[in-house]
Design a protein around this ligand. Structure first.
Ligand SMILES: Cc1cc2nc3c(=O)[nH]c(=O)nc-3n(C[C@H](O)[C@H](O)[C@H](O)COP(=O)(O)OP(=O)(O)OC[C@H]3O[C@@H](n4cnc5c(N)ncnc54)[C@H](O)[C@@H]3O)c2cc1C
Length: 457
């Protein structure tokens, strides 16, 4: 980078917050999806949202594309930089500015870690439900930009359901405000809705107003094992059809169970074909009643129940689920994690297709996921140096998406499109929709400065 340009960035964000050495930059050439060969010109980590418009203006003057980055945990290549780009790192925008107990909301900066919001809400006797598996490191900006889900999505929804308002800066450095502090607000376009899932393409989000809710009075968890994974899937569909909404309904196949057990020694039943992790929460009486109904549906499907008797065993159950991805990642050099999602009544069909695809292409797939949301994570374990296997993996991924769409599902339940799935976008929505998205992007970012090319836009 030219010295004069570097000096301008330093003047805006401070010397200690601007990085240009190759060793420093290389730490920002990857995310949880992939590593890029491209190198940014600079990484800048402002300590105050007021710096953002100045950074945008400078990038416009110097023709630098901007890649906004939180913790870099996205699984779709959304933060992979471009040669000669500016990575705008939000992790120092980490202030929780307000937890409002009277009106049940929080005001937070974009780089606040998700778990810190949940903990701050809990300290005030309130509840912030979205809980992506990465919540101990992911930022709320990344959660909003990917519309992240989590284990509680089934009953409590995803990040967009808690986004009341936001402040952002557009590609021309204008300050834009959407939504607000009231429960109802229909002044103008629904900008919070537009920006949930915007993947850094439409603006740089600086601050959010998040809805908080009263916490559930009580909860009960159980682990149910099955000799046949399709029976576990049927259980999920039947619980939903019985009008019961557990807080969580997570599935793991035998391969994932064995892998997690090997990594954690939590005591999972390694001989089971599948397991379901279930949690019911709410008022005490309702929990007891629904728990009994769920137990009988599980038993009808030949499930073997293990009820978590105390907090410790409950935590162990959830720890097992949270370790699924990292445990699988230890096995092979390359991991391809998909998140095709189908209507809940189709979860059995999706699961059996994944097993067929694994056999057809002779590849290893461990499947776990938010079964209650119809959101499975078939996780392909491979080695990208094995050209022959990679060809089969690509075909398998194509097949997984085709099946999900044919069942009325979607390419991505929560991980977003980024670079990973951009070639499939039209397959789901058709050319008219992709054109509309492109027009929208060009309309608010005429020079194509913000994360250009991501989502194929
Ligand atoms: C172990 C593991 C478990 C995971 N579990 C889940 C899960 O259960 N559910 C789930 O949904 N996801 C999960 N993820 C994926 C990931 O954690 C989420 O997508 C998360 O929301 C990303 O947050 P981040 O701060 O890392 O964002 P980043 O990866 O840094 O960025 C993600 C995208 O958001 C954009 N962006 C970030 N901040 C801003 C901002 N302030 N303004 C504009 N754009 C911005 C970036 O440009 C990029 O396109 C998991 C990932 C891992 C590694």
């Amino acid at each position: 980078m030219k010295k004069s340009m570097y000096k301008k960035f330093q003047k805006i964000a401070g010397k200690k917050n601007c990085f240009v050495n190759p060793e420093e930059l290389s730490g920002y050439c990857f995310d949880a999806f992939a590593k890029s060969n491209a190198f940014p010109e600079i990484v800048v980590a402002p300590e105050s949202p007021e710096c953002i418009p100045e950074i945008i203006t400078l990038c416009n003057e110097e023709n630098l594309a901007i890649v906004t980055r939180g913790a870099g945990t996205n699984l779709s290549g959304g933060t992979l930089p471009f040669d000669g780009s500016c990575v705008l790192l939000t992790t120092k925008l980490n202030k929780i500015k307000e937890i409002n107990k009277a009106d049940h909301y929080a005001v937070v900066e974009a780089g606040v870690v998700t778990a810190d919001i949940a903990n701050a809400a809990a300290s005030a006797g309130l509840f912030y439900p979205p809980d992506p598996g990465s919540m101990n490191i992911s930022t709320i900006g990344g959660n909003v930009a990917e519309n992240a889900g989590g284990l509680r999505g089934l009953k409590y929804g995803v990040t967009k359901d808690y986004l009341m308002g936001l402040t952002l800066f557009d590609a021309e450095a204008n300050k834009v405000i959407g939504g607000g502090r009231t429960v109802k607000q229909v002044t103008g376009f629904n900008l919070p809705g537009l920006f949930a899932g915007s993947e850094g393409l439409l603006g740089i989000m600086a601050e959010f107003i998040l809805k908080l809710i009263p916490p559930p009075e009580s909860s009960k968890s159980m682990l149910v094992t099955y000799n046949d994974i399709l029976k576990a899937c049927d259980t999920v569909s039947q619980i939903i059809a019985a009008n019961i909404l557990p807080a969580t309904m997570e599935l793991m196949d035998n391969f994932t169970i064995r892998t997690v057990e090997e990594a954690t020694e939590i005591g999972l039943p390694v001989d089971a074909d599948a397991l379901l992790l279930l949690e019911i929460d709410g008022h005490h009486g309702q929990v007891e009643d629904e728990f009994d109904k769920v137990k009988s549906i599980c038993k009808k499907n030949n499930g073997h129940l293990k009820i978590a008797e105390d907090e410790d065993s409950k935590n162990k159950i959830w720890e097992a689920r949270r370790k699924a991805l990292s445990s699988l990642a230890r096995l092979k050099p390359t991991l391809i994690l998909e998140d095709a999602t189908v209507p809940r009544s189709k979860i059995s069909s999706m699961m059996s297709s994944i097993m067929d695809i694994s056999r057809k292409y002779e590849i290893t797939i461990g499947t776990f996921g938010h079964a209650g949301d119809g959101n499975l994570h078939p996780t392909i374990l491979t080695d990208k140096r094995d050209k022959d296997e990679m060809l089969r993996v690509e075909k398998a991924v194509d097949d997984i998406f085709s099946v999900a769409l044919s069942l009325g599902g979607t390419l991505s339940g929560e991980h977003g499109i980024g670079t990973a799935k951009s070639k499939y976008l039209e397959m789901e929505y058709g050319s008219g929709t992709v054109k509309f998205m492109k027009n929208l992007k060009r309309g608010v970012d005429i020079k194509n400065v913000l994360n250009p090319g991501k989502m194929g836009l």
